[in-house]
Design a protein around this ligand. Sequence first.
Ligand code: ZN
Length: 155
Amino acid sequence: AGGSSGGGGASSSAGGGGTPQTPSRYEAQKRRDWNTFGQYLRNHRPPLSLAQCSGAHVLEFLRYLDQFGKTKVHTASCPFFGHPNPPAPCPCPLRQAWGSLDALVGRLRAAFEEHGGRPESNPFAARAVRLFLREVREHQARARGVSYEKKKRSR
Ligand SMILES: [Zn+2]
């Protein structure tokens, strides 16, 4: 007599229809960003709690991130200011690209409220932060010769 072999293992994963987005990747990135910001607060001198955090501190954080940036942003005195493809290297600083900062602020704004922050005191939604991001976008568009409104591919 043969025993029935038990079907082993994994239940088929529940899945709805094919959703095009992968929220888990966004969530993971958001958690990483939130940890980075928490670390920044802990290392802050003087120490800063989340409740004390204002738009000014968010701006400080965004400027601090510039040292890890990979986007060349020409200064107004650079001969390549406004050139999308400079023919030679120049000593201009590397910065965080506007698109990265904008996405980062969006994720942190959501994370702040998920961690119990009140929407009306969300430092990532502060007017100063919005103005700063707009300024960065306009400056980088001019400095790099890239229009974010319209990307023309002419050669
Ligand atoms: Zn330059």
